[in-house]
Design a protein around this ligand. Structure first.
Ligand code: ADP
Length: 187
């Protein structure tokens, strides 16, 4: 299995786990949040388009995000597999991803769903805010991002459940314990 999605609420540890799993499986980890942040830092046009949405904890418009993901998945290093982190995040993006993969003659093998309860998530994100100073890690924006996840992203899990490709993994525990759980689901 080498075409994977990792889905989970903000703070569940997707980014950390995506990096470890992609190394283990020798596939690129593609994080839409990281791509946006790099573009904001480098003051590109894409960064300018995304910044106000990210800082408010809202989704960047699909037109912007979809184009970015289509371009990224067409790059050579993604031809033999990838782990997508942070996309799709709503039902329209699920449809777009289906269309992108159909055009590339590919399909998703597995969806890893990383779970954790809301108060744990808020505490982790507030801790990260203190260390890393991400502009969208204030308590108010964190709570809003959790609401956006519940309203827009959680419903897409059902779409993938219907395809029989979802594995739920408990995100509580040490980083290595969680990595082992995820790897045993895809090996
Ligand atoms: P987290 O999951 O901790 O909120 P991410 O780094 O995945 O962090 O995303 C940060 C922000 O980037 C999101 O709140 C959103 O504004 C934007 N973003 C990332 N991925 C998408 C996407 N697929 N669609 C729209 N916006 C996105």
């Amino acid at each position: 299995m080498n075409r994977l999605l990792i889905i989970g609420p903000p703070g569940a540890g997707k980014g950390t786990q995506a990096t470890k799993i992609s190394e283990e499986l020798s596939i690129p980890a593609i994080s839409t949040g990281d791509i946006f942040r790099a573009n904001i830092k480098n003051q590109t046009e894409l960064g300018r388009e995304a910044k106000e949405y990210i800082d408010a904890g809202n989704l960047v418009p699909d037109s912007v995000t979809n184009r970015m993901v289509r371009d990224r998945l067409a790059q050579d290093d993604a031809a033999r597999g990838f782990l997508l982190d942070g996309y799709p995040r709503n039902t329209a993006q699920v449809e777009e991803l289906d269309s992108i993969l159909t055009d590339l003659d590919q399909k998703i093998d597995a969806v890893l769903l990383l779970t954790a309860d809301n108060e744990e998530l808020v505490q982790r994100l507030l801790g990260r805010a203190a260390d890393q100073g991400r502009s969208d890690d204030t308590e108010e924006v964190i709570r809003h991002r959790l609401d956006v996840y519940a309203e827009e992203t959680e419903p897409i899990v059902d779409l993938y459940e219907a395809r029989g490709i979802v594995t739920r993994v408990d995100g509580l525990g040490t980083i290595d314990e969680v990595t082992e759980r995820l790897l045993s689901a895809v090996r």
